[in-house]
Unconditional design. Structure first.
Length: 255
């Protein structure tokens, strides 16, 4: 069973931020994350992955980059929209940090959550750290319908995949690069249920997963469309097949 050496502390953090059609917020988001990481004084890099945006996201990201005194920001782009999971793994290929942080570029989760992710990685031997919207200490604000949708999806994850965590979908996670190096080659889902597959693979390979609260308010406003709900269900069934029949996630990565 894989085990991370707990006495080894992360030396560098890579923050990967996927974005699609984010021209209205990408400049503000890059500046806020850049300023925040400088303020907490830890060696870090920011990797923005434009997931085939059809608007001016890429141009605006390059524009703010020119105004910032930060040489540790990289803007990546490809032309076809392939999903958040694909964007995260694409950015990971360029990451040089000991800890990889996946962080939604719209900053629905306040930047202060980065500190909690980093400190947890520094002080524990957890391999994968998940921000949970439904942790008892979390400050999540949403509608009853949105909460019901999230709780129902999590119930299906528990039943089908054996996932024990209360929430897989919050866009603020940290994973040790050593663990992601082993897991990445087994992942298939690139869109709706990427997070569920990531946690399933981490669990199957014996990595330690820790949930942390969202101590700064998260406001869930987006509603799932029927087509998205249907696609997520299909993805969960596909992950279940790969987990229980193909044993895909316990496969050792190629050397």
């Amino acid at each position: 069973m894989p085990k991370y050496q707990s006495e080894t502390k992360p030396k560098k953090i890579s923050v990967i931020m996927p974005v699609y059609n984010g021209e209205t917020f990408i400049e503000r988001s890059i500046k806020r994350v850049s300023d925040y990481l400088k303020r907490i004084n830890i060696e870090s890099e920011i990797i923005i992955v434009d997931d085939g945006s059809k608007d001016n996201t890429h141009q605006k990201a390059l524009r703010i980059l020119k105004t910032l005194n930060n040489h540790n920001i990289r803007i990546l782009k490809y032309n076809e929209n392939r999903g958040k999971g694909h964007a995260l793994l694409y950015g990971y290929k360029y990451a040089k940090g000991d800890i990889i942080i996946f962080y939604d570029a719209d900053l629905d989760i306040p930047v202060q959550q980065l500190t909690l992710l980093i400190k947890t990685a520094q002080k524990t031997n957890a391999d994968l750290i998940i921000t949970s919207k439904w942790h008892p200490k979390s400050k999540t604000k949403t509608t009853k319908l949105r909460k019901l949708q999230s709780k129902t999806f999590n119930l299906l994850e528990r039943l089908l995949l054996g996932i024990k965590q209360s929430d897989t979908q919050t866009g603020a996670k940290a994973i040790r690069k050593q663990a992601l190096d082993a897991i990445a080659s087994t992942l298939t889902i690139k869109r709706y249920s990427f997070d569920a597959e990531l946690i399933t693979a981490a669990t199957a390979q014996g990595y330690k997963i820790l949930e942390i609260p969202a101590l700064w308010p998260i406001r869930l406003t987006a509603k799932f469309k029927i087509r998205e709900i249907w696609r997520m269900l299909i993805d969960l069934l596909a992950i279940t097949y790969r987990l229980k029949l193909k044993k895909q996630y316990t496969r050792k990565p190629a050397i």
